[in-house]
Structure formats: C-alpha cells, structure tokens
Design a binder for this molecule. Structure first.
Ligand SMILES: NC(=O)C1=CN([C@@H]2O[C@H](COP(=O)(O)OP(=O)(O)OC[C@H]3O[C@@H](n4cnc5c(N)ncnc54)[C@H](OP(=O)(O)O)[C@@H]3O)[C@@H](O)[C@H]2O)C=CC1
Ligand SMILES: Nc1nc(=O)c2c([nH]1)NC[C@@H]1CN(c3ccc(C(=O)N[C@@H](CCC(=O)O)C(=O)O)cc3)C=[N+]21
Length: 283
C-alpha cells in the first residue's frame, strides 16, 4: 500500500477561492486587502517566493506592494519604510522576507512591525499570544500544516507527534499548535540523540530541517502521517523535501509531497492572515 498524498496545490486552490470571495466582499465596501512585502538582497530562492506571494495576492483580488533593497542597504532605510507602512491605513499586512543579510538585527526588524500587521506572526507579542493559546496571527507554515491535517482528517487528540526542527518560524509554532489540539509533542533538533528512535514512535511526523531526504522510510512508523516542510535544491537544481519520498510513501499512511505540499499552503495562509487583518480593520 502506498500512502495517501495530501495535495497542497489542490487544497490551496480551494482555500484561495474562498479567500477571494471574502476579499471581493471587503473591496465592495471600500477596503481592498493589501500586503506589503520587503525583500533585502538578491537571494534567488527568496526572489521566487516573493514573486509567488505577490502573484497569489493579485489572483485573490488583494493588493501587494513590493520593496526590494540591495543586500548592502543601510538598515535605517528599511526601518523607515516599515514605520511608513505601519502608519499607512491602506496597508493591512507587512512581511519582511527572511533571512536578512548579516548586518541586520533581524529581531529588531521583526519587533518594529506593528503587531496588528504582523501577518507572519513573528513579533514577540504575537508569539506570546500564540503560546498563551490566544493567537492573533498564526505563523503561515504551521497554519498551512494544520489545514492539511484537517483536510486529510488526521486524528489529533492524543496523537504522538514528533517535529524535527526547532526554529522560530516552523518547529516551535508547529509544536504550540499541535499541543493546543491535545497532541503529545516531541521536538527534535541537531543535538537529539538517536533521531530514528523518536521518529519511529510518531503517529504524525513533521520534518522541518533543511536537509534533503534525511527522513527515510525505515525511520517512519507504518501508517504514520508524514508532513514534509523542507525545501531543498538538489545539485541538478530540482526541489526536494527533507523526506525521502520514494521510501517514505511505502511506509506512511498519509504524506505531503515537495513541491506541491506545504509550500503552496504557506502562501495561502499568508493571504488568509492578510485578509483577516483587513477584516479586523473594518471593526
Ligand atoms: N514549505 C514552506 O513553506 C517552508 C519551508 N521551509 C523549509 O523548511 C526547512 C526548515 O526551515 P527553518 O525551520 O527555517 O530552518 P532552520 O535552519 O532555522 O532550522 C532547522 C532546524 O533543524 C535542526 N536540525 C539541523 N540538522 C539536524 C539534524 N541532523 N537532525 C535533527 N535536526 C536537525 C536544527 O537544529 P538546531 O536548532 O540544533 O540547530 C534546527 O532546529 C528548510 O528546508 C526551509 O527551506 C521553511 C519555511 C517555510
Ligand atoms: N518572513 C518570511 N515568511 C515566510 O513565510 C518565509 C520566509 N520569510 N522566508 C523563507 C521561507 C520559505 N517559504 C516558502 C514559501 C512558499 C514556498 C513554495 O511555494 N514552494 C513551492 C515551490 C516553489 C518553487 O518552485 O521554488 C512548493 O513547495 O511547491 C516555499 C517556501 C516561506 N518562508
């Protein structure tokens, strides 16, 4: 038996259709949801993501602004632009593409975004709200994963979850969301002893490491749900995940592919958060 595949492109199309309807309703009362994206530097992968985000916004009837800065830009210029976007009532969401060049204090940049417009959910105030079980914006990638689990009707209550990776943008918020759904959550990282011991216990395994094909079929419990967040590029320039899809799909019960899995859902939930911010501005 090979695993059932959760198609992130198909689910994205469905959810984005619903978002487009809500965006049209808001536009008809004079508010068009608007996302501002800031990109610093010429990293080609980041440029692709930003282009995808801008295109997805427009397709859903939302406005997107894009500011691109040279890698050696004076951080003060970016801070000034964020202050301007914070003060502009026609802008509902602000996203600063990560990672930033080394001479930037990323934390200070994220804290300078108005928490009401922080559609990534990375501001300390929003991280705190998520921890307290009272989120304002759910970080897009873990939010997308929750939608995928819901669409595949994966049971969460009491499930053994193992997350590989503990970053602020994926691993940690993912753990909080699954904990809130009464999963038993284990977080593994580069210092974990015997990774396979942990992964083999998982009913739901989330890989968010950034190491191509590191999770192989022998590390997966038969019938488990395997969520592959990783985006890696092979030497031949092909995209692949952190999961070795070929061996994993023979063991898992449910699996997400790369590309066409979590990536498109991340963009979808960014649109959802931007729309949500715009709807709140009405109140
Ligand atoms: N699909 C999407 O929408 C998105 C995809 N991504 C992708 O997801 C992946 C992870 O991203 P991100 O969380 O930002 O990455 P980070 O580099 O910030 O974090 C990677 C995590 O993996 C852990 N790790 C590294 N090596 C190992 C190992 N050998 N065994 C176990 N754990 C290990 C690290 O541990 P330690 O903390 O000890 O260093 C760290 O916690 C990347 O491929 C990224 O491109 C990211 C965001 C969105
Ligand atoms: N402030 C900030 N917020 C982020 O959400 C953020 C970020 N910075 N920095 C980088 C990571 C990465 N990320 C992805 C989004 C979409 C795809 C995506 O759509 N991937 C497609 C393939 C795209 C391609 O062809 O390259 C897929 O998986 O099918 C991937 C990765 C968001 N991130």
């Amino acid at each position: 038996m090979t695993a059932k595949i959760i198609d992130g492109n198909a689910l994205s199309t469905e959810v984005r259709g619903q978002l487009a309807e809500r965006a049209a309703a808001l536009t008809s009362v004079g508010i068009t949801p608007c996302l501002a994206v800031i990109l610093v530097g010429e990293d080609p992968a980041s440029a692709v993501y930003v282009r995808n985000k801008v295109a997805a916004c427009e397709k859903a009837g939302m406005i997107s602004l894009r500011d691109v800065y040279a890698a050696d830009v004076e951080p003060a210029l970016v801070f000034a632009r964020i202050a301007e976007l914070n003060a502009d009532p026609s802008v509902h969401g602000i996203l600063v593409q990560l990672p930033l060049p080394k001479h930037f204090d990323s934390e200070a940049i994220l804290e300078s975004i108005s928490p009401e417009k922080d559609v990534d959910g990375f501001h300390a105030e929003n991280v705190g709200a998520l921890m307290q079980g009272n989120p304002r914006f759910i970080p897009c990638t873990p939010y997308g994963v929750m939608k995928m689990l819901e669409s595949a009707k994966v049971p969460l209550k009491g499930a053994e979850v193992v997350i590989v990776g503990r970053s602020n943008i994926v691993g940690k918020p993912m753990a909080m969301l699954l904990l809130a759904q009464s999963c038993t959550v284990t977080i593994c990282h580069s210092q974990s002893r015997d990774l396979a011991f942990h992964t083999r216990r998982a009913d739901i395994l989330v890989a968010a490491v950034g190491r191509a094909k590191m999770i192989t079929g022998d590390m997966i419990k038969p019938g488990a749900t395997v969520i592959d967040v990783g985006i890696n590029r092979t030497a031949e320039g092909k995209l692949c995940g952190d999961v070795d899809f070929e061996t994993a799909k023979e063991v898992a019960g449910v699996i997400t592919p790369v590309p066409g899995g979590v990536g498109p859902m991340t963009i979808t939930m960014l649109l959802a958060n931007t729309l949500e911010a715009a709807e709140r501005s009405l109140k």
